[in-house]
Design a protein around this ligand. Structure first.
Ligand code: ADP
Length: 378
């Protein structure tokens, strides 16, 4: 039987083809899909309609949603409820296909994850700075340091974990818990496991939030010391969803030495500060290039991240140079810390992981985070 997880992915895709009444916009793009849960083949959907939606329009919309989702192999039943923007159900919400209200995520936001020691986000102000590469190799380096590690990829714009670790299997659902994949001794879950290859990503708002909650709450992460969460770049729904779903033990921000990346990184840091998440430090990626003859070039700038960290009063965790093995290893699904654990470049990742553990274990510097970035707010 098809698992609920796959059905959810297909249901979201099917709803992309249902349009908001009177428009050409899909109900997904129009943020009308408030919730979508799948339980043993039963799909429960809450639609958010404009206040005062015409009854005929609502029934016709519910019919279209019902038909689109019912056509998915493995779906046993479809339950739809329509609510209006004020939060109340529309007058006849219990009609045709609307049976019991779908249970939303029943766990209160911010309850800690059972059996997980620390949840650490890896974030960046902009894309392409090597955030996912750092997240994967950092997770492997923590494992080398004797920690039990999970890696969750919620980068909705470009989930890279399947490529970086060469896995594309669908996760298995057992007793309504999603079992993470196990690769190279890491527990893994990626938003990419839900997507078809080459499918453009158009999930928005509530759907992103729902999927992220499911990844954090319904996946069996128990028994790990560190859950590393690879965030999407920038500041948006996904970051908020993670921070509101579990208490984060901290965030690591990745930046290249370029001025532009640094400005964006500072903005990202400010957002986490606003969300009361500890900033564990900044990593400088692509810090320098050492040619085979030993000549060193500082392509994006020299030691700018360390200076910026000092200026902002956050820990500087170290640097990772530009290295061919890092890029090739990523493309081949063989991250460098896994493929050549004793190489110099792997040692720089292990040093980074050790700095992170030191910062986590270190004495609380009291007002370290207080008032941080106040200059940005003024
Ligand atoms: P992000 O997650 O920030 O979008 P990625 O981790 O996907 O960035 O990295 C973008 C590209 O840069 C990938 O091809 C990756 O292999 C490469 N890359 C990242 N860090 C390095 C590095 N230190 N040296 C060489 N290539 C790197």
């Amino acid at each position: 039987m098809k698992d609920d997880f796959s059905i959810k992915g297909e249901a979201i895709a099917a709803l992309e083809n249902v349009q908001k009444p009177g428009t050409e916009t899909s109900i997904v793009d129009a943020h009308m899909v408030e919730e979508l849960d799948v339980n043993a083949g039963v799909v429960e959907i809450v639609l958010m309609a404009d206040k005062g939606i015409d009854r005929k329009d609502r029934f016709s919309l519910e019919d279209k949603v019902h038909d689109a989702v019912e056509a998915i192999p493995g779906v046993l039943d479809v339950k739809i409820k329509t609510v209006t923007e004020k939060g109340g159900a529309t007058p006849k919400a219990a009609a045709p296909k609307s049976k019991p209200a779908p249970q939303s995520n029943s766990v209160p936001p911010s309850a800690p994850l059972n059996g997980v020691g620390n949840v650490i986000a890896v974030a960046s102000g902009k894309g392409g700075v090597g955030k996912s590469t750092i997240a994967v190799n950092l997770a492997l380096a923590l494992k080398q340091l004797g920690k039990r590690v999970g890696l969750l990829d919620v980068d909705i714009y470009g989930p890279s974990l399947p490529t970086l670790l060469g896995v594309s299997k669908r996760p298995v659902v057992e007793d309504s818990r999603i079992l993470p994949l196990e690769v190279a001794g890491l527990r893994l879950m990626s938003i990419g496991f839900l997507m078809e290859e080459d499918t453009p990503v158009i999930w928005r708002g509530p759907i992103v939030t729902g999927i992220i909650r499911q990844f954090l709450r319904d996946v069996d992460w128990s028994g790990i010391d560190y859950l590393i969460v690879d965030m999407p770049p920038g500041t948006g729904d996904a970051q908020l969803a993670v921070a509101q779903t579990v208490p984060l033990d901290g965030v690591v921000v990745v930046s290249t030495p370029s001025e532009l990346a640094l400005v964006d990184a500072a903005r990202g840091l400010q957002m986490f500060e606003t969300l009361n998440v500890d900033v564990l430090g900044i990593v400088e990626n692509m810090s320098k290039f050492v040619s085979p003859s030993g000549e060193v070039s500082y392509i994006f700038g020299k030691e700018t991240v360390e200076k910026e960290a000092k200026r902002l009063g956050v820990p500087y965790l170290g640097d990772i140079p530009i290295d061919m093995d890092i890029r090739e290893g990523g493309d081949k699904g063989q991250p460098v810390v896994l493929a050549s654990p004793d190489s110099d470049i792997s040692k720089s990742f292990i040093k980074l992981a050790q700095s992170l553990l030191d910062v986590k274990a270190g004495p609380d510097e009291g007002g370290k985070k207080k008032g941080l970035f106040s200059f940005l707010k003024s």
